[in-house]
Design a protein around this ligand. Structure first.
Ligand SMILES: [Zn+2]
Length: 684
């Protein structure tokens, strides 16, 4: 999982946030934390809370050209990027001893920034790899070709990675997963309304095959338009066989242990024993095949599809992967489709931002160590630890007081909560990058070395004990996660800062922002997927049958509610696909509100400030986290591929189910945000 594009991930990322804590609420200089200019007071909080709480913000911060969606979250990420640029460009301006982290970071940055050299090299950095594909003579050679490409960071047809054994989470096993759709989500291939996107995709492939010189290397692909159409047809067949994203939410469906003999038989079109052996996995006795039906279909496709089409598809995977790191023509064409046509952005990000992100991806924890040294305060960690324990207490109380679970299931749930591992800030041990070389050949050659380094690292975990100290995100990431196989929640350093965690504000807003995010991550341990893992991360159903049914009935209310939300004309939210995140938002709000009430009772937050009660400040802060503008194309793309609801609906779709919200704003039948109590989903 991790940075791999094949990640099926069980990690549910939540989002942003800031940290907080019991700062003496009586300190005179504390503010309310509510920026009145972010509000639109012409809107009614009872009818459209999102517009009321965020309308001013949305007007102040229109989407910059380079963005498809721009929210408070992105503003924080921008600040981080600028901070990283300061440190990295300073490093890049000096000469460092070969092999040091400073040399690696500085040189990779310089290679990416040297646009004159990128222009001069043109398509040259991929010619050797492309020639190998062009010269493939038979299907027998495909296995070796896939090994090479998978090692180098592309994942045509499928991908392999190491992840905890669902039956024994203390060990890492090999997982095999569907992969290799160039447009992304399978709906782009299968739905009639995406015909225009598919035509643009064919144009992109056609254009880049030519720029990459593929027809010269392989005269059989002289007609690149035909080759592009064939590639789309192959990807469409793959898309048809892909397990749909909703079905992939069932961890039991994704758990299919095959012996290597079975795998060989299922994938007879390739030599899987050779594949595993040459990827240093020759000792494997079994493997988890996530989507068995896809692999059966893939086997047929590999034996029946014309070899030239398979070669063109492989060439396309290579070119698509390399394009952002080659000359301007490649990067521009790639942006035109993936940035503009697919997400609506109208300008590419400036080169320095793209390059900093690349350095961040290749040398993540090395950059993270530097980031933490410069920008992370130990105080933020302490405050965050306090807040997390507040939320743990609140969730435990709610679990104990729960009326729909029996005592036995309840006790197991409480035990799971008490066993949850909490990671804050940065890892205790940093990753070792000594075997990654950054050399002065080409930008893309270094990307490939970084990918090979990463593949070896990921596959190297297989067959070994799970490392409980490992982090799935770097400290400079503005995000958070829950990992069910380790039962851990993690809050990287970058999110423990303003504007989300406001040290200078009274804690009511911190409970509404970071507090809800902490509650959100904890709730993932009890969402539709997380609930099927026990306190040590093993996949098994520890629920009584009655309680399992009760959970499904309560959460079905959220599925139905979100299914009925029209996010764009004729396009509805996907309640089943976003269920885990919607449960986590629902739970996060209820749990953090419980913690707020306790803080109010103990006199730890102030009363009315700037005309708002603490309860109102809580909900304003929650909505403020999701203040955001978004382009139409991005609404479509995210609705198809993002398990999180769109920002607007994380507010207007989620809050009607929260009893405390209805009480705070005295909602009545007829108000836009009102939902009758019996129609509300109350889960955790
Ligand atoms: Zn989440």
């Amino acid at each position: 999982m991790k940075k791999s594009t094949i990640s099926i991930m069980m990690i549910c990322i939540a989002l942003l946030l800031p940290g907080c804590k019991k700062k003496a609420a009586t300190t005179p200089e504390l503010t309310s934390g509510i920026d009145l200019t972010n509000l639109d007071t012409t809107a009614s909080p009872k009818d459209d809370f999102y517009q009321y709480a965020c309308g001013g913000w949305m007007k102040k911060f229109p989407i910059p050209d380079e963005y498809s969606r721009y929210g408070n979250f992105d503003r924080l990420a921008e600040t981080n990027l600028t901070q990283l640029k300061d440190v990295i460009s300073e490093m890049a301006a000096k000469k460092h001893k070969a092999g040091t982290i400073e040399q690696k970071i500085g040189d990779l940055y310089n290679l990416g920034m040297d646009s004159a050299r990128l222009e001069k090299q043109g398509n040259e950095p991929i010619q050797e790899a492309l020639t190998k594909i062009a010269q493939l003579k038979s299907r027998e050679e495909l296995t070796a070709q896939l090994i090479e490409m998978h090692n180098n960071g592309t994942a045509p047809f499928f991908g392999i990675f190491g992840e905890s054994d669902p039956d024994n989470s203390s060990m890492v096993i090999a997982w095999l997963s569907q992969s290799g759709l160039g447009i992304g989500d399978r709906d782009y291939y299968l739905k009639a309304e995406h015909k225009a996107i598919r035509e643009q995709y064919i144009n992109l492939i056609d254009n880049l095959l030519q720029l990459a010189n593929y027809p010269t290397l392989n005269p059989k692909a002289a007609n690149t338009k035909v080759a592009a159409s064939n590639i789309l047809a192959l990807e469409t067949r793959m898309a048809e066989a892909f397990m749909p994203k909703e079905a992939m939410r069932d961890p039991f469906a994704m758990h299919n242990i095959y012996s290597i003999e079975q795998l060989d038989k299922t994938m007879s079109a390739l030599n899987m024993s050779q594949y595993l052996r040459e990827r240093d996995l020759g000792d494997l006795e079994s493997i988890n095949v996530c989507q068995p039906k896809y692999f059966e279909a893939l086997n047929k496709m590999l034996s029946q599809t014309d070899l030239e089409t398979i070669k063109a598809y492989l060439a396309w995977n290579l070119i698509r992967h390399a394009a952002p790191y080659l000359s301007r023509e490649f990067a521009d064409a790639s942006f035109e489709f993936y940035g503009h046509q697919l997400t609506g952005a109208t300008a590419q990000k400036p080169r320095w931002k793209r390059v900093i992100s690349t350095v961040n991806g290749a040398l993540g924890e090395a950059v993270g160590q530097i980031y933490v040294d410069h920008y992370f305060s130990a105080d933020a960690k302490t405050r965050m630890q306090n807040l997390v324990s507040d939320l743990q207490v609140a969730l435990k109380e709610r679990l104990m007081g729960n009326t729909w679970m029996d005592d036995s299931t309840k006790a197991k749930a409480v035990n799971k909560l008490s066993s949850m591992i909490v990671k804050i800030g940065y890892p205790d041990e940093w990753r070792d990058y000594s075997s990654l070389e950054i050399k002065d050949d080409s930008y893309y050659a270094n990307i490939v070395r970084a990918e090979r380094f990463e593949s070896a690292y990921q596959l190297g975990k297989i067959g070994k004990p799970t490392d409980p100290t490992e982090w799935q995100m770097t400290p400079q990431t503005v995000n958070a996660y829950y990992n069910p196989s380790t039962n851990e929640i993690c809050f990287p350093a970058a999110i423990l800062q303003p504007p989300f965690f406001n040290v200078k504000a009274d804690d009511a807003v911190n409970y509404g922002a970071i507090g809800v995010v902490i509650g959100h991550e904890m709730t993932h341990g009890f969402d539709d997927q997380g609930r099927l893992y026990d306190n040590i991360g093993n996949l098994h159903n520890w629920w009584s049958e009655h309680d399992g049914e009760a959970f499904k009935a309560r959460t079905q209310i959220l599925v139905d509610h979100f299914n009925a939300i029209e996010v764009a004309p004729g396009l509805f939210a996907n309640g089943a696909f976003t269920l885990g995140e919607n449960i986590a938002d629902n739970g996060g709000l209820n749990v953090s509100f419980t913690a707020l009430k306790k803080a109010i009772a103990e006199g730890r937050v102030k009363g009315e400030m700037d005309g708002f009660t603490p309860e109102q400040r809580f909900f304003l802060a929650y909505a403020g986290v999701w203040a955001c503008n978004i382009r139409d194309a991005e609404i479509v793309r995210r609705t198809q591929s993002d398990p999180h609801s769109l920002a607007k609906w994380r507010v207007n779709g989620t809050l009607p189910h929260i009893n405390a919200f209805a009480e705070t704003y005295d909602l009545k039948e007829g108000d836009g945000m009102y939902l009758a109590p019996e129609k509300r989903a109350v889960i955790w």
